[in-house]
Design a protein around this ligand. Structure first.
Ligand SMILES: [Zn+2]
Length: 273
């Protein structure tokens, strides 16, 4: 039996998200299992209908930024803040992040496009400014006029530079694999919630059950959830003319506290016996 080590700073976030997940589970039809519910609504990118494809842009944060009112990732630093002490090159990190996005785009009708301008990107990836825990995602909700699904205005993913990060999988439970954690956080960023502790990529316990990053896979539960939102892989994904310039996400978030929510990251690592 694996034992778990709880990190107090992260545990708080897990409890918050755990509560939200429990509330969602009471009323979510079986087909909606694993979907992130914020203020009573599921959230997704693209058209606000189940099974509709989306193109989503992402960028790496290159400067220190604050996102007032955000529950998670309220203060972020350039991703280099994490890479430099970890001895990870940007090229390696970018390759692993692309692989993490690809796991989702191979499962559902999603296209991810990396752009350089973090101000215009749908998903922004950076370092936490100040240690808060392994990794967090903040999802800004964009309320729809009607219907059960709201839009996502922006998602931010922040990784803790005070933790130890790795590109490979060395079996050291105190070092976090970039691809695994990124895949989990991207799941939140596109509208997915935890599915228990150990269930698939969206289980909230960090796992190192594979020997190499190339062996990281989505579980069927992850696939079912993402397909529910975006449809199966192979459906045509509309190409955006532009990456929604001027999207009022951070300001809207600050003005509307109920539009914020969050997701957390690995609360614990499984330790070998
Ligand atoms: Zn999580």
């Amino acid at each position: 039996m694996p034992r778990f080590r709880f990190k107090p700073a992260v545990l708080l976030a897990v409890l918050l998200v755990g509560l939200a997940a429990a509330q969602a589970a009471e009323i979510a039809p079986p087909g909606d299992r694993g979907l992130l519910k914020l203020a009573g609504h599921y959230v997704k990118w693209g058209p606000l209908a189940y099974g509709s494809p989306a193109e989503i842009t992402y960028a790496y944060l290159q400067e220190t930024r604050s996102f007032p009112g955000a529950r998670n990732c309220a203060a972020m630093a350039p991703i280099a803040t994490l890479l430099t002490p970890a001895g990870i090159t940007f090229q390696s990190f970018d390759r692993e992040i692309a692989a993490a996005f690809r796991l989702w785009s191979e499962a559902a009708s999603l296209r991810f496009v990396r752009i350089d301008d973090a101000d215009r990107a749908d998903i922004v990836i950076g370092a936490q400014a100040g240690s808060a825990g392994v990794a967090f995602t903040n999802v800004v909700q964009k309320p729809a006029a009607s219907g059960p699904i709201d839009g996502i205005g922006r998602s931010t993913i922040c990784l803790d530079p005070s933790e130890r990060w790795e590109i490979g999988i060395d079996g050291d439970p105190k070092t976090y694999n970039v691809r695994y954690v990124a895949t989990h956080e991207i799941g939140h960023a596109i509208g997915l919630d935890h599915q228990g502790r150990d269930h698939g990529i969206m289980g909230f316990a960090y796992q190192e059950k594979v020997a190499s990053p190339g062996a990281i896979r989505l579980a069927q539960s992850d696939i079912d959830a993402v397909v529910r939102l975006y449809g199966p892989a192979g459906d045509a994904v509309p190409v955006q003319a532009a990456a929604q310039p001027g999207e009022p996400c951070p300001a809207a978030a600050a003005a509307n506290a109920t539009a914020l929510a969050a997701a957390c990251e690995p609360a614990q690592k499984a330790l070998p016996e």
